[in-house]
Ligand binder design. Structure first.
Ligand code: GDP
Length: 296
């Protein structure tokens, strides 16, 4: 189920409840069941959905609501709040400051959109007057070096990488060193991915992180990975200190539910979403407007 459909389904469930003459236990349960089904079809993790349903039921105690209460509004507000709660881990991520050097390491599986997102993130900040730089520490995927180099040339962003060196840790350290000397304020390290979660990948991430001491580790996740989102995000979080999430491919047939699961697994906020292949198809993510839009 794509995001717009999810929003539509939830809105419809709320609308149906509104149309009922009396809002009793059955009407509320039907409404919550419809919402639950929609969330599960959008690949939100089962436990999150179950907890959300329990929380809403606890908040909306129909017996306690006097006749004068607007039950419909209270239920709608509870659904809105619960969705926001899932997407808001309660603390903001580290935010780099313009003019002060920060190292940001990107991690994620191959194909998640990590390399593309590194450039988008750099370009976004460059347009705001930052001095970003890109380091290609992905020595696993053959085309990664050329891809990032081409992207950075197009965006006129300094780039560091090596065809010869096969040690990602050495490249990452050398690149970060170089750009610190050049007074770049946002040093972005692109790392290797693998098709699946593998011990070797996580060990490599741990080593790159230990050697470069990033101020922020961003986990990049393809929004269409479905129910695997929670485990995948958690696996990365266990090897490196993931502090923020970027969800890619929110255009197209994205199932948005994975975003909710990734936040829950990493206890880190979604900070941007990718909405296309182009460099500027990148949006700041804000929880409340996102949920408002979702619920129409
Ligand atoms: P990596 O292996 O994780 O570094 O992934 P890449 O950056 O090479 O991206 C894999 C594919 O996904 C490429 O074809 C990208 O153009 C595409 N891609 C990345 N982000 C987005 C996005 O937000 N929307 C769409 N539609 N495609 C994207």
């Amino acid at each position: 189920m794509v995001l717009a459909e999810l929003g539509g389904s939830i809105s419809r469930a709320l609308q149906q409840m509104s149309n009922a003459t009396v809002i009793d236990e059955k009407v509320l349960n039907d409404c919550l069941n419809d919402i639950t089904r929609a969330l599960l079809q959008s690949d939100v993790q089962f436990k999150l959905v179950r907890d959300m349903q329990t929380n809403i039921k606890n908040i909306v105690n129909l017996d306690d609501l006097a006749a004068g209460h607007n039950k419909r509004r209270i239920i709608q507000q509870a659904v809105f709040n619960e969705l926001c709660k899932i997407l808001d881990p309660g603390k903001p991520s580290f935010t780099p400051k313009k003019g002060k050097t920060s190292v940001v390491m990107f991690v994620g599986l191959q194909g998640s959109g990590k390399t593309t997102t590194c450039t988008k993130y750099a370009y976004y900040h460059q347009k705001k007057g930052w001095k970003p730089a890109l380091v290609c520490a992905d020595t696993f995927r053959a085309g990664a070096f050329d891809q990032l180099k081409q992207n950075s040339t197009k965006a006129k962003i300094p780039f560091y990488g090596s065809y010869m060196e096969s040690d990602p840790v050495k490249i990452a350290v050398d690149g970060v060193e170089r750009f610190k000397e050049e007074n770049c304020d946002l040093i972005i390290v692109d790392t290797s991915g693998r098709h699946k979660q593998e011990a070797a990948l996580f060990e490599e991430m741990r080593q790159v992180s230990e050697a470069t001491k990033p101020d922020l580790v961003i986990f990049v996740m393809d929004s269409s990975i479905g129910q695997a989102a929670f485990d995948q995000a958690q696996a990365f979080k266990q090897s490196v200190a993931v502090g923020a999430v970027i969800v890619t491919k929110m255009d197209g047939h994205a199932k948005g539910g994975g975003a909710l699961s990734a936040v829950a697994a990493t206890k880190s906020p979604v900070i941007f979403i990718g909405t296309g292949e182009h460099m500027d198809e990148f949006e700041v993510f804000d929880v409340k407007p996102f949920v408002s839009r979702l619920l129409g």
